[in-house]
Design a binder for this molecule. Structure first.
Ligand SMILES: [Zn+2]
Length: 276
């Protein structure tokens, strides 16, 4: 499942492939209606045909594309959901499996959005006014794009009784932190993920903020390849504790064992010996 590093990687790839290019032809999978909601595949294709991509941005796990059309600016909000991927292929190559959207560009390149399970999103945003969608406007600051504001994070955590790992999944706290990096960050910060947000001392919040950034940067550094394979697809597990129940804790000298528990219906991995 894509987490923030994978979405950042997708944004960088899309920036290279699309910015400045004109979309000459668009094909949308008519069976993929749910991806295009509240619009439709046909309306999406019509809107993008002939448009020029001006910018690709990202906030949290939301990809925000701005296009120039004859009728003014147009936005696209794309989300990878659980299995989404953007893939560039030469025009002569076969399309990837589960291609839901195919863009043929004026430089001859072809960019596909592939998504087997279709939990992703491809939404038109009139006039590229992304702030008019409440779910986008409600996002907290992006911890990969900007340093984490410790005063804000301290205040937000002090106001919640939720477990710190569960609080980290709240996109209004920090946009884009998902289940894997929330678990990894608590381990890096040596904090028990079950601790209540309002129990954290300022130094622990600072440690957690550093750990979130470190985990995301670590994730990003491992992605330098043309096509990403997600963990669930049999991709290699690069993480320290996530998905490693029963393994020795990688903290030097700890000697503890990684355990799995469930918080808010999601798996958390932790080492009880060094996380307190
Ligand atoms: Zn440990």
């Amino acid at each position: 499942m894509p987490e923030l590093p994978e979405v950042e990687w997708a944004a960088r790839q899309l920036g290279r492939w699309l910015v400045g290019r004109r979309v000459e032809a668009v094909a949308c999978d008519p069976r993929a209606r749910r991806l295009f909601r509240p619009g439709s595949p046909a309306a999406f294709a019509r809107a993008l045909r002939g448009a020029r991509v001006a910018a690709v941005a990202r906030h949290g796990k939301q990809l925000l594309l701005t296009l120039e059309t004859a009728r003014g600016p147009l936005g696209v909000n794309a989300h990878l959901g659980m299995t989404g991927k953007w893939v560039a292929r030469p025009a002569s190559a076969p399309e990837p499996g589960h291609a839901r959207l195919t863009l043929r560009l004026d430089d001859g390149a072809v960019v596909h959005y592939s998504d087997p399970r279709m939990f992703g999103r491809l939404r038109l945003v009139p006039r590229a006014r992304f702030d008019e969608w409440p779910d986008l406007a409600a996002l907290g600051p992006d911890p990969l794009a900007t340093p984490i504001d410790l005063t804000r994070l301290r205040a937000r955590l002090a106001a919640t009784r939720r477990a710190v790992k569960v609080a980290l999944l709240d996109q209004a706290l920090l946009a884009g932190v998902g289940n894997i990096h929330a678990s990894e960050a608590c381990w890096r910060a040596r904090l028990d993920p079950r601790r209540r947000g309002d129990s954290l001392a300022p130094a622990e919040v600072a440690r957690l903020a550093r750990a979130v950034r470190a985990s995301l940067r670590f994730g990003l550094a491992g992605l330098d390849r043309p096509e990403i394979e997600y963990l669930e697809e049999g991709g290699e597990n690069p993480f320290h504790v996530y998905g490693r129940e029963g393994a020795r804790c990688p903290h030097r000298g700890c000697g503890g064992t990684v355990e799995r528990l469930v918080q808010a219906q999601r798996s958390t991995y932790l080492c009880r010996r060094c996380q307190d």
